[in-house]
Design a protein around this ligand. Structure first.
Ligand SMILES: [Zn+2]
Length: 454
């Protein structure tokens, strides 16, 4: 039997107090409601609980532009009228009129959810946790210099950049109903991060990207996986496409850390979503990934029916902590939200929900799955993926200028080592590369040798 995972739970009670404005679908309050269920089920006894640090502007600038962070730091509902040009440039606007409004406390809000993801990454890196949970994170649409889709700072990209200091390959998985475009874009050119997003796609649905043919670019070719789905996908269809693709990704790519975005807008009855998943099926994705025993940072994301988001993330916290919980919800401060069933696994569709039939035919899903699996087979041979298996004899002097002396394999290793050197490795990975070099049997003392083979 697998041993119980050590779980770090990162939560700041203040995160639920921020407000995007009346009628805006994104309600940070949902984090507070989810937290209440987690406490009610006494799951906090199964985890190490931490209050996060507030991410600094310098930490945010590791992905975002200096100008954009400066703008977010300065702007408030009171001074925004003087910053109209910059607001347009960074895709933010007035409360009540824009997807990304300038609300009171916008920067401290970003600092909390970003600090939480960074702290979660740190727990995986220092080995004190196998799983880290930050339900306030998962803002996957934010770009380096602009806000998008209710997201201002991309905590996921920043957390992955941290994880890359320590882990050679990171897998990002996204089950939000919307394409994880900000994360995919950030790592589109590297094979050190694989992104896999399961989402609604028809070319119009926000953010209008994520076709199955989008597979990454340059060194990152075949390291972006997109699984476009139609309205109404149900539990069994989702499971049938999710599991084989994830199994193949993990088998092929051999990730050393995972970041999972658990956007709850893929649940049935969501205000913005169009899927038809139950909390059970959503949680099954989490459970499936947990079974691989790879260090994992789990973050939230979309989700626009508060009671269902809370149900989903409480259930997934139970899964991650190997806990059995009752279907009867524990008494909590928001009891009335859960009427009339007061149950964890309830009919998620409110009375206003127009039920969408599953428009994903068996043939369609098989086609998408086969295309994705075919693309993944092309991945074999990607440099960083092979890094673990490189025979020592392939070691080459990174400073060599003598191209003619090198075989194609040696050039590939040389390029790989240069690329790794540029990515600010953590000490443990540097040691790994250095050991690889030593084992390569660097001999002789001429100093002119470009590399030593067998
Ligand atoms: Zn979403």
């Amino acid at each position: 039997m697998a041993r119980r995972s050590r779980v770090a739970y990162i939560h700041d009670p203040e995160v639920g107090l921020f407000y995007y404005g009346p009628s805006h679908p994104m309600k940070p309050h949902r984090m507070q409601v989810a937290h209440q269920l987690i406490l009610g089920y006494e799951l906090h006894h199964k985890m190490s609980c931490y209050r996060p640090h507030k991410a600094s502007p310098a930490e945010m600038r590791k992905f975002h532009t200096e100008e954009y962070i400066d703008f977010l730091l300065k702007i408030t509902p009171d001074n925004m009228h003087e910053m109209a040009d910059r607001m347009k440039q960074h895709n933010v606007g007035f409360v009540g009129q824009y997807d990304c409004p300038v609300f009171d406390g916008i920067f401290p809000f970003c600092q909390i959810f970003t600090g939480s993801s960074l702290d979660g990454a740190a727990k995986l890196m220092d080995g004190s946790a196998d799983i880290a949970i930050n339900w306030s994170g998962g803002l996957h649409h934010a770009k380096s210099d602009e806000a998008s889709g209710f997201c201002y700072i991309n905590d996921i990209v920043l957390a992955i950049l941290e994880l890359l200091k320590f882990f050679p390959r990171v897998l990002y998985i996204d089950i939000d109903v919307h394409h994880g475009d900000g994360v995919e874009e950030a790592f589109i050119n590297t094979d050190r991060v694989m992104t896999a997003s399961f989402h609604k796609y028809d070319g119009n649905f926000f953010p209008q990207t994520g076709d199955v043919t989008d597979v990454g670019e340059g060194a990152g070719k075949y390291c972006s996986v997109n699984v476009p789905l139609h309205d109404g996908i149900d539990d069994s269809s989702f499971e049938q496409i999710f599991k084989p693709i994830i199994r193949e990704i993990i088998g092929t790519y051999d990730p050393k850390a995972i970041v999972m975005q658990c956007g709850a807008d893929s649940l049935a009855g969501d205000r913005l979503g169009v899927f038809n998943l139950s909390v059970h099926a959503h949680g099954e994705c989490v459970s499936f990934l947990k079974g691989f025993n790879i260090p994992m940072l789990v973050v939230g994301g979309g989700g626009y029916i508060i009671r269902n988001v809370a149900r989903c993330w409480a259930w997934e916290t139970a899964i991650l902590t190997d806990s059995q919980v009752s279907n009867d919800l524990p008494w909590n401060d928001y009891w009335a939200y859960f009427a009339p069933s007061y149950q964890l696994h309830a009919d998620l569709r409110g009375k206003d929900w127009t039920y969408s039939e599953n428009q994903n035919t068996r043939e369609y899903l098989e086609n998408v799955r086969n295309t994705v699996l075919k693309n993944l087979r092309c991945l074999q041979g990607a440099p960083s993926v092979q890094m673990q298996q490189l025979p020592p004899a392939l070691y080459v002097d990174m400073d060599s200028e003598d191209e003619d002396e090198l075989t194609d394999d040696q050039k590939r290793v040389r390029d790989l080592e240069r690329a790794i050197g540029e990515m600010e490795l953590g000490w443990r990975e540097r040691v790994e590369v250095e050991e690889l070099a030593r084992e390569g049997g660097r001999e002789g003392g001429s100093g002119d040798e470009t590399w030593i083979g067998e």
